[in-house]
Each structure stands twice: as structure tokens, then as C-alpha cells.
Design a binder for this molecule. Structure first.
Ligand SMILES: [Zn+2]
Length: 351
């Protein structure tokens, strides 16, 4: 298949090609099966790979909406090669007929198994360097081995913030950026441990003032180093409908009740809604509907904690800390075909 034919299959969301190839989007770092329901990227952002493992080798992550790695084509050579790639990734020896495997590799990936393994090592090394640049070096000094472990810890600790937070962030360093979206200005702020605020507003100045008011004791600086770039890119991809599950490490302050509500909000899938009383029931406090609404209204991390997915029982939207119109736009976007909410072309230029 030529790239043009593949692109046509992507444009048509043609299910017949699921398992025949995947497409990866450079701006989001995510790869999908051809039929994925997410919004079509620009052609210039797209790279095709014959199998999911090849996309992963280049550092792309599987889309959580279409689960591209689960699509199996009918080609036995592809199945053979995929299995071998998985063995290579797991550090296991390759089994079976070496010549047959080599032929299948040549046909599917155009290289030998050995060349694939070598290319994989090089590419992983590059990714590691890139990740170290994105994540503050301080995380590594703190003895965190990898960003995924950082994620696990901070995520597990949602709301379990250190005492310093109770003092207006005294002594804490907070870096932030603001970028334009069609929902207005987006502010993302983070400590060394994770994102501490995601807010939407009409202009950067007001968002900055709110941030300073929230953390009067902190050293709040605009991020010039680009360390927030990865997180901002994820949020913009979410606004484009291309990253349904925003998994960002959070460093936020919460009461025990707020923490339970916010964690429950994070369990609402992309494109779905719950009512305030459903959330109250799910956290085992069926009479706490109003307290749930208050916890939603005090959510410090817009989008990452999807409080916009909670609506009133009567079908009305209910309130939204960042404006009801924005809530409406987000729910429409999650439901399908709205224009991209991110108007951003090159986040780096704006950081
Ligand atoms: Zn997808």
C-alpha cells in the first residue's frame, strides 16, 4: 500500500484496514488504527507504520480510544513479526524458524530482526534523553527512576499534598505557561511533583493573578525552559479530541472529601456524563449532592479532572468553574464532531 492509499483509508476511517497498518501523529505522540473515531490530523503530522510495535519503537503511544495494538490483520507474516517484536521488547530470545522469521521481517518491516532490535535500542535511548529534558532534572535528583514511576506516585497521592501547600505554597517553585485555545486562554502550572493548576480564562493576565493569589508563598515563574511542553501538548491534544484520557501527574491540595470526588470524576470516561447525585452515590454519600457540586466548583485542574462531565439531573448543564459556555463546548467536542478546540499550531513558540 502506498502512503497515499493509506491516508485515504484513514480519511475514510475504513475498518477494513484495521490491522493492516497504524498511523502515528507527531504532534500528539499517539498512534491509531485507520478507523479511529478521533479527529483526523493534518497529513503533514502523520507517519504510517506497518505494525503497532514499530510505532512504539519510535516512542508513539497507543490511542486509548481505538486500541490499535488489539487490531489483528489476517496476514500470518504480520502476526509472526509482531510476536517477535514483542519478544525483543521483553528481552526474550526469538524462537522458531530463523529463516522464515527473517523473510517475514523483510516483507513487513523491510529490515532484519537484528536491525530492528538495534534500531529499537537507539530509539529508546533518544526517547530517554528527550524525556529527561521534559521532566525537571530535580525529579531525578530526588531519586525517581522514571517518569512513569513519578506518575504512579503522584497519581496515587492525588491530594495528599505536603504541609507546605497548606501555607500558600511557601517555598514551592511553580512554573506556568499560558497558551491560546478556542476556549480562551489555557494556563498550566506545575511544581516539581506535577500539575498544580489547569485553568481557562479570557486572558493571560487574569489567569496569572489568580495563580499568584492561590499560591502567595510560592516562587511563581513563567516557564521558559519548556519543561511543561509535554503536558501542555497533551492537554491541547485532548482539546482536539485526540487524547481522550488525560493522564497527567497532579500535585494538588484536597480535603479527603474533595479527593474522593475528584478521583471519581477521573473515572468518568471521555464522552460520558454523570449527574451530581450519581457521583454522590458512587462515593457512598448519597445525600452529599450539594457538597459534590461544591467540590466540582473548586476543582483546581480543569480538563485533567473532568468536572465538566458532571451535569444536573434535569439535563441542564449545571455550573462550571471556567464558564458554562466552555463546559458546553467541551461536552460537544467529546460527543463528536466539533471543530478543534485547540487553535494552537506550535506550542513551543509560545512557551
Ligand atoms: Zn485512536
Amino acid at each position: 500500500m502506498s502512503p497515499t492509499e493509506r491516508w485515504q483509508a484513514v480519511i475514510a476511517r475504513d475498518r477494513r484496514f484495521d490491522g493492516a497498518f497504524v498511523y502515528a501523529v507527531r504532534s500528539t505522540g499517539i498512534y491509531c488504527r485507520p478507523s479511529c473515531a478521533s479527529r483526523r490530523p493534518r497529513r503533514t503530522q502523520v507517519t504510517f507504520f506497518p505494525i503497532p510495535e514499530a510505532a512504539e519503537r519510535e516512542g508513539f503511544r497507543a490511542c486509548r480510544r481505538c486500541h490499535p495494538a488489539a487490531a489483528n490483520g489476517s496476514n500470518p507474516a504480520v502476526a509472526l513479526v509482531r510476536k517477535a517484536c514483542q519478544a525483543i521488547a521483553a528481552g526474550e530470545p526469538l524462537r522458531g524458524d530463523a529463516r522464515r522469521l527473517a523473510r517475514a521481517f523483510k516483507r513487513v518491516l523491510g529490515i532484519t530482526p537484528r536491525a530492528y532490535a538495534e534500531a529499537r535500542r537507539v530509539s529508546r535511548f533518544k526517547q530517554e534523553l528527550k524525556r529527561r529534558k521534559q521532566v525537571s532534572p530535580a525529579l531525578y535528583e530526588a531519586g525517581y527512576g522514571s517518569s512513569s514511576r513519578v506518575y504512579e506516585r503522584t497519581h496515587a497521592n492525588l491530594g495528599m499534598t505536603p504541609a507546605r501547600y497548606a501555607r500558600g505554597g511557601a517555598g514551592v517553585g511553580i512554573a506556568y505557561v499560558t497558551v491560546p485555545t478556542s476556549l480562551g486562554r489555557l494556563l498550566v502550572a506545575a511544581t516539581e511533583r506535577g500539575v498544580c493548576r489547569v485553568a481557562l480564562g479570557d486572558n493571560a493576565g487574569a489567569l496569572e493573578q489568580d495563580l499568584l493569589a492561590e499560591f502567595p508563598g510560592a516562587r511563581v515563574v513563567q516557564d521558559k525552559s519548556g519543561k511543561l511542553h509535554g503536558w501542555v501538548t497533551s492537554i491541547l491534544a485532548y482539546l482536539d479530541g485526540r487524547e481522550p484520557d488525560l493522564d497527567l501527574p497532579l500535585d494538588i491540595r484536597a480535603t479527603a472529601f474533595q479527593r474522593r470526588v475528584w478521583q471519581e470524576l477521573q473515572r468518568i470516561p471521555f464522552g460520558q456524563t454523570r449527574t451530581y447525585s450519581e457521583i454522590a452515590q458512587r462515593i457512598g454519600q448519597r445525600t452529599a449532592t450539594r457538597a459534590v457540586a461544591r467540590a466540582c466548583a473548586s476543582n483546581p485542574a480543569a480538563l485533567v479532572i473532568p468536572c465538566h462531565r458532571v451535569v444536573r439531573e434535569d439535563g441542564e448543564l449545571g455550573g462550571y468553574r471556567w464558564g458554562t459556555e466552555r463546559k458546553r463546548s467541551l461536552l460537544t467536542m467529546e460527543n463528536g464532531d466539533l471543530p478543534r478546540l485547540s487553535v494552537h499550531r506550535n506550542p513551543v513558540a509560545d512557551l
